[in-house]
Write a protein that binds this ligand. Structure first.
Ligand code: PLP
Length: 409
């Protein structure tokens, strides 16, 4: 039975009851950067270190077996939650960034040839731009980007023109961290597949807020971060079909990822271990597993409805607020709404609203090509999770009014 998402859910998150700057109740609207953690996750991580701590896959003793069992249970939980076809195709990484670098260096480094093209978009996070530039420099491949419509959606007509037999990979975010745009992954996949390209979906901002079924989606690579999904930092995943991963060379070398090592050369462990060199983030995986158990008690359909309701309300009220200009009006909006306040620098806005206890983001939000497209160096962003309330948006609006007064508007 699903737990209902009422304001009582906030009691599950200890940090949400704290105050900042003395007596200001915290209003946390920076969930796209990282989500807060429920008590169940904090307890799982602490409990792992209290009871179980050991290295995995190596020891012959009770703790090593228990730690391995918990680590592998977390892998199955992540795989089930995201609809992975096979737990062997769920690779634990440090997060979205490392997952994309893994694909770029391993798959890209072995497959791409001079003149091959990697198609990204102008709204991508730097994590879905720079790894492709690095592998393009190595292989002679070329990075191209789908432009945006004035509303902040992908320009799918131009995408059609950019796709060709030279396109070997389309790597696009499911939800923009900066504009809030939800991209039409089905359409993107159909277009990319028709051109014969592989598809990577960056799920950093989708997996926290909506049901994801990687198998039904049909992408080749799906990547996400545990810390944006109520889990700990330093843990994330790459999900891909086992056959594809089998054909890819290792990314990092070291312990855990080998079968036989001689001075002359080495052979590789089976999946998923081939891609998990060194001691992994065991406590992080256990904590992420607990986060997934927690999200499952809410139900991701309910999470999606709640975040949608909050963010539509925020976009609506912000757009009616004097001095506020929204950066985008996408067809479908995910967890974030970004804006400018008159001509006040976004850093000043974020610092001043913080004085009222309201945490929002300011800056290029790791999307400098998008800032160039918008014609401004920075934006402000309020980003929501299911534990936010409409009262949080009211606090933001009040803090924005105070900021405007200070600037003489
Ligand atoms: N992609 C998107 C769309 C993001 O929003 C983020 C983080 O904000 C990342 C990638 C990078 O995630 P991480 O820093 O967890 O690796």
């Amino acid at each position: 039975m699903n737990k209902s998402i009422s304001s009582a859910i906030r009691d599950d998150f200890p940090v949400l009851s704290r105050k900042v700057h003395g007596d200001r109740p915290l209003v946390y609207l920076d969930n796209a950067a990282t989500s807060q953690k429920p008590e169940a996750v904090i307890a799982a991580v602490a409990g792992y270190y209290r009871r179980t701590n050991s290295n995995v896959h190596r020891g012959m003793h009770a703790l090593a077996e228990e730690a391995t069992g918990e680590y592998e249970a977390a892998r199955r939980a992540v795989g089930d939650f995201l609809g992975a076809p096979d737990p062997a195709g769920v690779i634990f990484t440090r997060g979205t960034t490392e997952s994309i670098n893994l694909v770029a260096q391993s798959w890209g480094g072995s497959v791409l040839r001079p003149g091959d093209e990697i198609l990204i978009s102008v709204m991508e996070h730097h994590s879905n731009i720079v790894p492709w530039q690095l592998v393009a420099q190595r292989t002679g491949a070329v990075v191209k980007a789908v432009p945006l419509t004035p509303e902040g959606d992908l320009d799918l007509e131009v995408m059609d023109r950019l796709l060709s037999e030279r396109t070997k990979l389309v790597s696009i975010t499911q939800v923009s961290n900066a504009l809030g745009t939800v991209n039409p992954v089905d359409t993107i996949l159909a277009k990319a597949k028709a051109a014969g390209a592989k598809v990577l979906i960056d799920g950093a901002q989708s997996a926290p807020h909506m049901p994801v079924d990687v198998k039904a989606m049909g992408c080749d690579f799906f990547v996400c971060s545990g810390h944006k999904m109520c889990g700990p930092t330093g843990i994330g995943a790459l999900i891909a079909p086992a056959e594809l991963l089998e054909a890819m060379p290792p990314f990092l070398g070291g312990g855990e990822m080998i079968d036989q090592v001689t001075i002359e050369g080495s052979t590789w462990a089976d999946l998923p271990y081939k891609f998990e060199a060194g001691t992994p983030n065991i406590a992080g995986a256990v904590g992420w597993g607990a986060a997934i158990a927690y999200l499952n008690t809410l139900g991701m359909e309910a999470v999606e409805r709640r975040v949608h309701e909050l963010v539509e309300d925020a976009a609506d009220r912000l757009s009616q607020e004097p001095g506020v200009t929204l950066t985008a009006h996408p067809q479908v909006r995910g967890g974030a709404v970004s804006f400018w306040l008159d001509d006040i620098h976004p850093h000043d806005v974020a610092q001043l609203v913080d004085q009222s206890g309201v945490a929002i983001r300011a800056g290029h939000v790791c999307c400098q090509p998008l800032m160039k497209h918008l014609g401004r160096p920075a934006i402000n962003r309020a980003s929501y999770s299911f534990y936010n309330t409409k009262a949080d948006t009211t606090s933001l609006l009040e803090a924005l009014r105070t900021t405007r007064k200070l600037f003489g508007y």
